[in-house]
Design a protein around this ligand. Structure first.
Ligand code: 5AD
Ligand code: FES
Length: 349
């Protein structure tokens, strides 16, 4: 039988109408999950790549309506890690076996390009075999180029939504979908492994928006796609908006694994926050990356993008142990390799 899912598996595209059916019909969920798992195993085996996440500043000049560290949230207690703090997180992570460090933060003018480059160079000098990923928002192309030259190989910047009108409902007027996309294409052009992504169930999101997201990413061809549910934060304008649904996140994960067979797909902390087995279910539906927290425990509760975020009380070692057990129980294995995207591994021979 030539089902939509078997066609996706053999690298055929679907029409918008077909994606609409997949995104809105319960009846395909089992077939989708099984196909996504099979494709993930074909390309990446049962490996799950670990990335050590260092949330190094929660200052942010932006005011995204969904986000708990938006600048107008006066309740947020702000912090910045020093370069020494960051190096200590890396040292702790290195001993635990991490070979990717993700530096994530709000858009914080204190961290000038010079400071970011100094931090990236210091990490690469001390740990030449480790990859440094940046996730610090929208910047001019020259800044992205400078970080790349300093040794950052990957960059995460979720596009959030490909639809300009929807984008405008989630962000203040000084931000635009157009500039967001410009950043992503600049990053690709420079040679980064690029991560795009979106929240599932963000306020005002429709099925048509999700189809537009798939189409946008088919054009961009990201190496990573970060998706998780929208979860409300009590001190934001979206405090009363409903959270995204588990089923919808899993469905999109499965679809993305089929449309982008070689993409790196994290089972996100937001997914683990919405359901006790959320990350495990994600791994069983195409996801192959987890990003445990390496931030100092003293600041973890301050990097609160949404309410009730998990893993904010645990030491880095505890968090890794917990995840290891969860990953094994779900039927997969931790890989402590750098875990580059397959596209890049093929390029490098
Ligand atoms: N719920 C879920 N995800 C969120 N993010 C920010 N705020 C929330 C929220 N309330 C996501 C955004 C951002 C990433 C770092 O975290 O998609 O790109
Ligand atoms: Fe962090 Fe379980 S994964 S404590």
């Amino acid at each position: 039988m030539n089902t939509m899912i078997s066609r996706l598996r053999t690298a055929h595209d679907l029409s918008d109408a077909e994606f609409r059916t997949l995104l809105t019909t319960d009846a395909y969920d089992t077939e989708l999950r099984e196909a996504a798992d099979a494709v993930r195993i074909e390309h990446y085996g049962r490996d799950v790549y670990l990335r050590g996440l260092i949330e190094f500043t929660n200052y942010c000049k932006n005011d995204c309506l969904y986000c708990g560290i938006r600048r107008s949230n006066r309740e947020a207690s702000r912090y910045r890690l020093t370069q020494e703090d960051i190096m200590e997180c890396c040292a702790e992570g290195y001993v635990l076996g991490y070979r990717t460090f993700v530096l994530q933060g709000g858009e914080d003018a204190y961290f000038t390009d010079e400071k970011i480059c100094r931090i990236v160079s210091a990490i690469r000098e001390k740990y030449p075999e480790c990859a440094v990923t940046l996730s610090i928002g929208e910047k001019p192309k020259e800044s992205y180029q400078a970080y790349f030259t300093a040794g950052a190989a990957r960059y995460l910047l979720r596009h959030e939504t490909a639809d300009p009108q929807h984008y405008a409902k989630l962000h203040p007027s000084e931000l635009s979908a157009e500039n967001r996309k410009r950043c992503l294409y600049d990053l690709k052009d420079i040679g980064y492994q690029v991560g795009a992504g979106l929240m599932i169930g963000s306020p005002y999101q429709t099925t048509e928006h999700l189809i537009a997201d798939i189409r946008f990413m088919q054009d961009l061809q990201p190496d990573m796609i970060g998706i998780g549910p929208f979860l409300p934060h009590k001190d934001t304008p979206f405090r009363d908006k409903p959270a995204g649904e588990l089923k919808a996140v899993l469905r999109m994960l499965g679809i993305l694994r089929l449309v982008f067979p070689e993409v790196l797909l994290p089972a996100t902390t937001a997914l683990g926050t919405m359901h006790p087995q959320g990350r495990e279910l994600g791994l069983q539906t195409g996801a192959n990356v987890v990003m445990p927290n390496l931030s100092p425990v003293s600041v973890r509760k301050k990097y609160m993008l949404y309410d009730n975020k998990i893993c904010t009380g645990e030491e880095s070692a505890q968090c890794k142990g917990c995840l290891e057990a969860r990953i094994e129980a779900a039927g997969y294995h931790i890989s402590m390799q750098r875990g580059d995207a397959l596209r890049v591994r093929k390029q490098n021979g």
